[in-house]
Design a protein around this ligand. Structure first.
Ligand code: TYC
Length: 113
């Protein structure tokens, strides 16, 4: 008897039952994260921006001042990374607070790659 004929009996089962276990990916992909960005402008007072970073992003005064200065010097900065829903809420809170105080401050979000 040829050797490959012996092999056939030991071949792993390939019916639907085993396929369920072998061909299904665990698929545990985490949802994407979003960066919340603060943009510089020439009119919003520095202390107002610091206040926003303390109030909506839980930063202490030193951290808030540092990020505000980064935005002021570089034009923008990431102020936090969140789930889509939390990022949307932060952006809405900042935009609403700035609008109510009549400052042109802009805050946006973008998907983290
Ligand atoms: N450039 C503003 C000023 O000189 C300060 C500022 C900082 C504004 C950060 C917006 O996101 C900002 N008053």
């Amino acid at each position: 008897m040829l050797s490959h004929e012996h092999m056939m009996a030991d071949r792993p089962r390939d019916d639907d039952q085993t396929d369920l276990l072998t061909k299904s990916k665990p698929k545990t992909k985490r949802p994407p994260l979003y960066k919340v960005l603060l943009l510089n402008d020439d009119f919003t007072p520095m202390e107002f921006v610091v206040h926003i970073l303390e109030r909506f992003f839980g930063l202490n005064h030193a951290q808030a001042f540092e990020i505000m200065l980064t935005v002021h010097k570089k034009g923008l900065a990431v102020v936090g990374v969140f789930s889509h829903e939390i990022a949307e809420t932060k952006v809405a809170q900042v935009m609403d607070f700035a609008r109510r105080h009549q400052h042109p401050l802009q805050c946006t979000m973008e998907k983290e790659e």
